[in-house]
Design a protein around this ligand. Structure first.
Ligand SMILES: [Zn+2]
Length: 139
């Protein structure tokens, strides 16, 4: 049994029109969170936003649920992007540190070569001086 929304009279559950006053029976709209809608909203938040706007007035519970899952989807996507950005950033920083260490090693190798060349020149100068002193002493 259900009751007429206009006159309150009893009528059969399957009745489309009230037998007393003739008012049409409006089938009650089911307003509850929709799982499929939530899943779609989660993975495609833009669709969730549209669903929220479309159902906002007629089925607020369904709309709010879809909107909530859309927000969760957006939040999760943002978190994933942040984490990936942080990982990529630290990888880049590590690569830069390796590059800098490599350059520093190359610089100190060149400095060592220069110092070696200078010491050889010094050796030659000392030998020249020794030869000159021997020639002086011998002469
Ligand atoms: Zn009625």
């Amino acid at each position: 049994m259900k009751y007429c929304v206009r006159c309150g009279g009893e009528m059969a559950d399957t009745a489309v029109v009230c037998p007393r006053c003739g008012a049409q029976t409006v089938p009650p709209v089911e307003d509850k969170p929709d799982t499929a809608m939530n899943v779609i909203s989660f993975f495609i938040p833009l669709v969730g936003l549209i669903l929220f706007l479309v159902y906002h007035d007629r089925q607020p519970r369904k709309a709010k649920s879809a909107g909530k899952f859309a927000l969760i989807g957006v939040g999760l996507a943002a978190a994933v992007v942040l984490v990936m950005g942080a990982v990529a950033g630290s990888r880049l920083a590590r690569q830069q540190a390796v590059d800098e260490a490599w350059e520093a090693a190359e610089r100190s190798r060149q400095e060592a070569e220069d110092a070696y060349r200078q010491s050889q020149e010094l050796d030659r100068a000392i030998e020249d001086l020794q030869r000159a002193m021997e020639a002086y002493n011998g002469g």
